[in-house]
Design a protein around this ligand. Structure first.
Ligand code: ATP
Ligand code: MG
Length: 455
């Protein structure tokens, strides 16, 4: 690619120091005062130029990580693949990265690629210009110089920002192979910024998407959270499906979306949940990834549940087995940390009690620490077309407005004059039915090796 260094002076751009967080400024000043180069880079500069509030501030410097550690008492060095310094101010973290250089031909101790061209270590330091060329997109490679408030652009990032264009720096094929997660990042930025991808950045995703299958599942989980919980989840989801990447991350969910069994409800449930999540984030409310993961896997889990029931398990027993099964199989594609998988199960396991509350257990359900999540989940199921939930949604909504004794009497009245919920026919569960259960909607990478969870 043609490299043309451009310096945009303070007068010619819209980034002002006032918009940069105090902590980021502190880091920049301290580095500068110690004689190092110090730049704000990445999303911080990009978002400020676009008039958006940056999510976080990243700093690039020629100081080595050990030098950074010496300068800041509140510094942690992290990462093996990329050695980075985190400067901690309470919960606010400023990430400081030493300029990276090209990895070809370097000592295997510092940089390395595997045989598919994927970078497995990246700790070779370089110049500012080299650092720019190692970044992903031109709009992410703009450097705000704390010395004179200018912005340095080596890759045409300013023009691309102006033209709403997402362009991979360098040879797109090589850059996607070096780190296939860049494809997910491309989708995320296209969704968040409402930018078009340039042709190669766009087209090669279709050819190289499959490389994501070799990425560690924990990293894919982190990216998934950024995609769905970053405030632009619905658009990210739609784009991931357009680029045929969603099926690589959540194959069971994609199969369920495409199956005729749920009459479009899988898609409606996901889209509604994402639209609610985006709204919550826009109004500053918190979101819990477990809720959305429970949404994504609800219908796939259901298909397992039906399968277990067909093999003689009782309804509740089948729900427990199916929850384990769906989560274990998903973990072959994106990990799910235990704290989230526990909550997903709690949400799912509460559903039978919410849709058929009984006198004995309704009060306990109401007092469950996950009640709110379980109840929201029930409302969402109802809203997106599951039948026979309407009156129970109203009942649970109503009970929350009552005082303690009214609540108790509402629970007492349950079951009076009502038919007991019909029980599934209770055959002994067959061991063979539980092992190696194929996903009823087909597919799933590693279908053969995940059998029933050992969690
Ligand atoms: P946001 O923080 O809003 O999600 P960001 O662009 O700041 O967006 P980060 O993940 O914080 O993204 O990364 C900071 C910068 O580091 C990026 O802007 C980019 O320059 C560089 N970067 C991050 N990940 C990669 C990658 N996989 N390959 C190349 N460069 C990357
Ligand atoms: Mg950032």
């Amino acid at each position: 690619m043609k490299i043309k260094k451009q310096i945009i002076s303070r007068k010619e751009h819209s980034v002002s120091r006032d918009a940069i967080s105090d902590n980021a400024l502190k880091v920049l000043y301290r580095l500068k005062d110690a004689g190092y180069q110090a730049y704000l880079v990445g999303g911080g500069v990009r978002d400020l130029l676009l008039g958006k509030k940056p999510k976080d501030f990243d700093v690039a410097t020629d100081a080595h990580p050990d030098d950074v550690k010496r300068l800041f008492r509140n510094c942690r060095l992290i990462g093996r693949r990329f050695r980075l310094a985190h400067i901690l101010y309470g919960r606010d973290v400023i990430e400081v990265a030493t300029f990276r250089g090209p990895h070809e031909g370097n000592s295997p101790n510092h940089a390395g690629q595997n045989k598919e061209g994927r970078i497995i270590r990246d700790n070779v330091y370089g110049s500012l210009e080299e650092d720019a060329l190692r970044r992903d997109f031109s709009i992410n490679a703009l450097y705000y110089n704390i010395r004179d408030d200018s912005i340095i652009d080596f890759t045409g990032g300013m023009d691309d920002l102006h033209n709403k264009m997402l362009r991979m720096i360098g040879d797109v094929d090589t850059r996607y192979r070096e780190d296939p997660v860049r494809m997910l990042r491309a989708v995320r930025f296209a969704a968040k910024l409402n930018f078009q991808m340039d042709q190669q950045t766009n087209d090669l995703i279709f050819d190289l998407g499959h490389l994501l299958e070799d990425i560690p599942v924990a990293r894919l989980f982190d990216e998934t959270i950024k995609l769905f919980q970053g405030g632009y989840g619905l658009r990210c989801f739609q784009l991931l499906r357009e680029y045929q990447l969603f099926e690589l991350l959540f194959p069971m969910t994609e199969a369920s979306i495409n199956s005729t069994e749920h009459q479009g409800r899988t898609l409606r449930l996901i889209e509604q949940a994402l639209s609610n999540t985006d709204e919550r984030i826009a109004s500053g409310k918190s979101v819990n990834p477990a809720f959305f993961l429970a949404v994504l896997l609800w219908y796939p889990m259901h298909e397992y549940k039906n399968h277990f029931i067909e093999h003689g398990e009782h309804e509740i027993e089948a729900l427990l087995s199916a929850s384990r099964e769906a989560i274990t199989r998903q973990q072959a594609h994106t990990s799910i940390p235990k704290r989230f998988s526990l909550m997903m199960r709690e949400i799912w396991h509460m559903q039978p009690q919410l849709q058929h509350p009984t006198r004995k257990r309704a009060m306990r359900t109401l007092l469950n620490k996950r009640f709110r999540a379980g109840y929201d989940f029930l409302l969402l199921r109802n809203e997106t077309g599951e039948t026979e939930l309407e009156s129970w949604c109203a009942w649970w909504t109503d009970i929350q407005t009552k005082n303690k004794s009214e609540q108790e009497s509402m629970c007492e009245n349950l079951g009076k004059g009502q038919k007991k919920p019909r029980r599934q026919n209770k055959r002994r569960h067959s061991k063979t039915g539980r092992q190696n259960t194929p996903h009823p909607a087909g597919n799933a990478k590693n279908a053969a090796n995940s059998s029933v969870s050992s969690e």
